[in-house]
Design a protein around this ligand. Structure first.
Ligand code: ASP
Length: 272
């Protein structure tokens, strides 16, 4: 039995959320492959790491200093490192990233670092190996994923191992980093689930599955326990933000069930 898990940004927002992820992963030995987003908001009004990275990219583009924003990003990770009692230090890599930002870095590469650092921390925290998405999520020149090449490369790299993989990005044929559209870690998770032949793709978020209506508009809206791939894709396409619409195709084709679960209420059934 193999379960592939993807955790969204709110599930990784701080050390407290990291601890929830660990207890979810530790609770089931089938949970051997974990995909992570970049840390999201801790409270309303807080910033997502990815938004801050895009903000840095915009500052660089217009020649304005982003030192303060970069310091905020660095502090977020260092806080998680300290509070989770991790031994690794990202100082050298942050220094290198900062100098690359001075000399020229693509927007995609900069944005991808949110997931990259998140996965580095999570792999140490879980005691899993870190597997960089740049080694196996392969894009074609037209920007679409080279599925066969990616599936084969992932299988070769991850078979039989317990790994943490950063979501959201991969590599172009010319070795530059490319990101998916926003929310794209869901797609990475689906590609991994398909490539690894998972029995289930667990997508961990901050709601207990798909609901029959937007709970902010209809309080107490019930969640849907089972939904077809087609209905799910339609809802995602129409604006339900639970799952990226492109995350359905890879698992649908192989008949791998998607299970949407709530990191903050793991006992809830969620949506299959
Ligand atoms: N971190 C990226 C974003 O904010 C990708 C993701 O979370 O799936 O869009």
């Amino acid at each position: 039995m193999l379960k592939v898990l993807k955790f969204g940004g709110s599930s990784l927002a701080d050390a407290h959320q990291f601890a929830k992820v660990k207890s979810i992963v530790d609770a089931d030995p089938a949970r051997r492959v974990v995909i992570v987003s970049a840390p999201g908001k801790r409270f309303s009004g807080d910033h997502k790491i990815t938004d801050l990275l895009y903000l840095c990219a915009a500052h660089i583009k217009y020649g304005v200093s982003c030192e303060d924003i970069f310091a905020m990003i660095r502090d977020r990770y260092n806080e998680i490192i300290a509070e989770c009692g991790l031994k690794l230090s990202l100082d050298k890599e942050f220094d290198e990233l900062w100098s690359k930002m001075q000399s020229g870095i693509s927007k995609d590469e900069l944005a991808s670092r949110g997931e990259y650092f998140s996965a580095r921390l999570m792999s140490e925290f879980l005691g899993f190996e870190f597997l960089d998405a740049a080694l196996w999520v392969k894009f074609k020149f037209d920007g679409s994923v080279d599925r066969d090449a990616s599936y084969a490369a992932l299988r070769a790299a991850a078979e039989g191992r317990r790994v943490v993989i950063p979501g959201f990005y991969g590599i172009m044929p010319n070795d530059t980093i490319k990101t998916f559209s926003r929310g794209g870690s869901d797609i990475t998770g689906a590609i991994v689930a398909r490539a690894a032949g998972a029995d289930e793709y667990e997508n961990w978020t901050d709601v207990s599955g798909f609901m029959i209506a937007d709970p902010r508009i209809v309080p107490g809206a019930k969640s849907i326990s089972i939904i077809t791939y087609r209905e799910l894709r339609e809802l995602s396409y129409m604006g339900a933000t639970v799952l990226h619409e492109d995350a359905i195709f890879p698992v649908k084709k192989a008949g791998i069930p998607i299970h949407i679960k709530n990191t903050n209420a793991p006992e809830d059934d969620g949506t299959r």
